[in-house]
Design a protein. Structure first.
Lengths: 470, 445
């Protein structure tokens, strides 16, 4: 790696690791109780049904046990009473970049957000702790009827669109963390794309945690009407604090007949964030939902994007890259529920474990009785870099009936000494050779990401691989 | 009974959901059992009462229909039955080229002959072995903990009067021909606790086939069997279990293999009958060069549920393992395969495979597969695969075009599907014996 390239790579990693002094106008304090929910509802001037929804969810959250009978015991280290559930500067999202408070602006500028927008994004929303700081949708999209707002605005201004599906794809009681999100959600994107509208450029959201002990609980709901198409990208960063931080989002996607949704995530939380996210989509007849998911950051990520294929010929896909470095556990996977004839799903997951990092694939494929012509393909490949790296694979496949085909394959390997030797012989040093080899391993998946993300991904991997040889 | 034995209070059994049994299922075997073993029996009974039944939340019982193990009662083996007819049935149904046999009817030896075994080989009914070779049995008896969820069953097994065979093969002895063990069980919900313990010393070889049948189609025995296999220093063991019970039987088998330096254990389950089957198999590769081969061929129909859990545990460097489980499913049958390859922290240069294939022959059959990997070492080659599918129309068409009726073509392809597993066993006699039983079941479907 040339010196300049190394510096660039280092710069990328540094971009997220800074924070600004806290001067929040709204702060719900630490701990979780009904008062916190009322506080959030009051600030957001929410309708009674939303308030009730939050309170019901809190009860569910309190009743549900931690899923530690199958998941990592590390979950027990989350102290819910030490977390701050709502923090905001009292800003309403601004349409103009100039109006954004200076420190927030600087934060996002360091992350390169307005720049990206200028380049090619159709719309962007940036969330700073609990609330969106900046939100903009290009005019022509608004004219076509595309709605791209935050969750507060979505539920308040457009209940006729969003209420029908809100909390329906992922019910409150789905798991402990979806219940927590349902109780204290704030921010996130609510998007509606009217029939036939094909949004050419991706919509984008950036999530940023700035305060220590803060939990971010954004809520995203994307409804794409008949024959419409959209691509949505999200990125996440946080500075490294002394204490652990919690991020627990709920993302619901609804693809109506013939619609297409592509949801891209590049998760680069600092490595003391618990990232416990529930993501699921419903695909109606002939619709397609693709989750493209890349997890590089966080201390523990538990994320299994799912697709319920509800209509005939619906398609679901999960493409996942996970990189677990020292002290990290990337517990990711996919959930494919076939609920109609001739539905097809595809899962391709690649993980890399470096140092003491641990990556886990957990998958579920379910094909119920009396359906015809369902197909699933699952491939998971793991690469182990060091002797103390660890990888696990736990798929579960249920097939009922004799008119389907499923296949699952997994393999574990490491960078072969032959490959490294070959490259060294051609003048690369060991670190470069390793980097090249790892990038080759994920190359076919990295191509699925938009260009600037795949470049960033490549750099992040180069950087993560530094000093890992041996 | 020595005074040191603690007899637990019976009252704690009230916490159980199913009643199972109210006292340890024991009977007099006519042998004086060693103290250490009696202590195991007492401790096991105590643990049995303490151990809860599996619940829906247990990962080791995921997808299992727990209603099938809510045993209302497990009755002790009762009245003797007409043995002559069974001996006759057994004689017309032998494994060709077998070198020794033992026939159990409801747990009691009815016929046995080990006279042809090479000198030095110890091959005894387990209670006799406990009485006469106490130290040797103790060294290998139930040495490994139950790891795959069936503690409740294993503790009951440990507390019960066992039946089965203890085989010890001294070094450099290769036993030419399989040893066959037949179990014929009858009665209603009768508990049966077979235990097979096989030890292969340096560079020895032994092949054992264990066959389970019910006396009549209406019998509903509950079998809770355990198998301990220990191969060391180049020793080799092949163990095949053929379960061909009537449709009301319930059958559980927990197999533990311990494989030492340059040794090999082949462990094979073939399931053709029973309403409910659970097979657990753990292979521990504890020294360099250890190799585990795990196979299973299962033909499930009507409402049968076959639940199979496996663990390939690589604990040393340069060890290998391979697993192939195949299920052919018909009617409303269900199968569950849950397999895990675990490569320990220092088990570098592991080479490990795991494959589960399901062939669904009806629209109401259900196949569940959970192939798992946990890798904690370097220089490892591991992969697993799982597929579910059905016989394609093209295959049937091809055979029909050659004059084979569709019905027969289907049967041929299905048999071929399972036969791949059977062919991996050593010994023509064993392969033929199992193959014939599988074909007979196909004909009956």
């Amino acid at each position: 790696m040339s010196d300049q390239a190394t510096l660039d790579a280092v710069n990328i990693a540094d971009t997220g690791d800074f924070s600004y002094p806290e001067d929040y106008k709204h702060d719900a304090g630490t701990g979780l109780n009904e008062g916190v929910l009322d506080y959030i509802s009051d600030i957001k001037k929410e309708a009674d049904w939303v308030r009730d929804f939050r309170k019901r969810a809190l009860k569910v959250f309190n009743d549900k046990p931690m899923p530690t009978h199958w998941a990592s015991k590390d979950l027990e280290n989350i102290v819910f009473q030490n977390i701050r559930y709502y923090l905001a500067k009292g800003q309403t999202p601004t349409r103009s970049w100039d109006e954004v408070p200076d420190d927030v602006k600087e934060t996002f500028e360091r992350l390169g957000i307005p720049e990206k927008e200028r380049k090619f994004l159709a719309g962007v929303e940036a969330q700073f702790d609990s609330e969106a700081a900046y939100s903009n949708v290009k005019e022509e999209l608004t004219k076509e009827g595309v709605v791209f707002v935050n969750s507060t605005e979505g539920l308040r201004e457009h209940p006729e669109i969003f209420r029908k599906w809100f909390g329906k794809v992922i019910p409150t009681g789905d798991n402990k963390f979806s219940a927590l999100n349902s109780a204290v959600f704030s921010g996130g994107s609510f998007i509606y794309v009217p029939p036939g509208v094909k949004v050419k450029h991706p919509l984008q959201a950036y999530f940023r945690i700035n305060a220590e002990n803060f939990g971010q609980f954004e809520r995203t709901l994307i409804i794409v009407d008949e024959g419409a198409e959209v691509t949505y990208m999200e990125g996440c960063t946080a500075p490294k604090f002394e204490t652990a931080t919690l991020h627990s989002a709920v993302v619901e996607l609804v693809a109506m007949k013939d619609a297409k949704i592509q949801y891209i995530t590049v998760q680069n939380w600092s490595n003391n964030v618990f990232n416990l996210v529930t993501k699921r989509g419903i695909a109606h007849e002939n619709a397609e939902i693709r989750w493209i998911d890349c997890n590089i950051g966080s201390r523990l990520t538990m994320k299994y994007p799912g697709v319920i294929m509800k209509g005939r010929k619906a398609r679901g896909e999960v493409i996942s890259i996970a990189l677990a470095n020292d002290g990290q556990h990337q517990d990711t996977g996919a959930k494919m529920i076939h609920a109609a004839d001739e539905t097809t799903s595809n899962v391709i997951a690649k993980s890399i474990s470096v140092g003491t990092g641990r990556s886990t694939y957990r998958g579920q494929v379910h094909i119920p009785k009396h359906l015809k012509g369902c197909k699933n393909n699952t491939e998971c490949d793991a690469l182990l870099i060091n002797t103390n790296s660890r990888t696990d694979t736990y798929p579960a496949i249920t097939v009922k009936g004799n008119q389907h085909a499923t296949q699952h394959e997994a393999s574990v390997s490491q960078v072969s000494e032959d490959q490294i030797f070959y490259m060294k012989q051609r003048g690369l040093n060991e670190a470069e050779a390793m980097s090249l080899s790892v990038n080759g391993f994920i190359n076919d998946l990295a191509r699925e990401f938009p260009m600037e993300y795949s470049v960033e991904l490549k750099r992040l991997i180069d950087l993560q691989m530094e000093g890992s040889v041996g | 009974m020595p005074e040191t034995l603690k007899q637990p209070e019976m009252s704690s059994s009230s916490s159980l959901k199913g009643e199972w049994v109210s006292e340890p299922p024991r009977r007099d075997t006519g042998h004086v059992l060693p103290d250490w073993y009696q202590q195991i029996q007492a401790d096991s009974w105590h643990s049995f009462l303490e151990t809860p039944e599996p619940t829906r939340k247990d990962q080791d019982w995921r997808f299992a229909d727990l209603k099938k193990i809510r045993f209302e009662r497990i009755t002790p083996v009762g009245s003797s039955i007409e043995q002559g007819a069974i001996v006759k049935r057994f004689r017309s149904n032998r494994v060709e080229s077998s070198i020794g046999h033992c026939l159990f009817v409801n747990g009691e030896v009815v016929d046995s002959d080990f006279s042809k075994l090479p000198e030095g080989v110890i091959c005894l009914e387990i209670n006799e072995a406990l009485a006469t070779h106490s130290d040797l049995v103790k060294e290998h008896f139930m040495q490994d903990p139950v790891r795959l969820g069936s503690e409740k069953f294993a503790t009951l097994h440990g507390s019960a009067t066992l039946n089965g065979i203890f085989i010890h093969v001294p070094k450099n002895i290769v036993i030419d021909g399989p040893i066959e063990i037949h179990h014929f069980n009858g009665g209603e919900a009768t508990g049966n606790f077979p235990h097979t313990l096989i030890v292969a010393e340096a560079n020895s070889f032994v092949s054992v086939i264990e066959n389970f049948e019910t006396i009549s189609e209406d019998d509903s025995p509950i079998t809770i069997g355990m198998v301990d296999l220990d191969a060391r220093d180049g020793g080799k063991i092949q163990y095949a279990s053929l379960q061909n019970n009537g449709p009301k039987a319930k059958h559980m088998q927990i197999n533990a293999s311990r494989i030492g330096r340059d040794s090999q254990v082949k462990n094979c389950f073939v399931n053709l009958g029973s309403a409910w089957v659970r097979n657990e198999a753990v292979s521990r590769m504890i020294d360099t060069g250890a190799d585990s081969q795990m196979f299973s061929a299962n033909l499930a129909n009507s409402k049968e549920e076959y639940d199979q859990r496996t663990l390939q545990l690589h604990e040393a460097q340069h060890t290998t393992s391979d697993l192939l489980y195949k299920n052919a499913l018909y009617d409303q049958s269900r199968t569950i395969f849950s397999g895990l390859i675990q490569v320990g922290e220092n088990a570098h240069h592991t080479d490990s495979y795991q494959t589960c294939r399901n062939m669904l022959g009806s629209d109401e059959a259900e196949a569940n597969a959970m192939p798992g990997l946990e890798i904690d070492a370097d220089q490892v080659k591991c992969s697993h695969g799982s597929t579910s599918g059905q016989i394609s129309d093209e295959e049937i068409f091809y055979l029909k075009a050659r004059g084979i009726p569709a019905e027969r073509a289907r049967r041929m392809i299905s048999f071929g599907f399972l036969n791949e597993v059977i062919q991996r066993l050593a010994g023509d006699g064993v392969k033929e014996f199992i193959g014939e039983k599988v074909e007979a079941k196909f004909r009956a479907i």
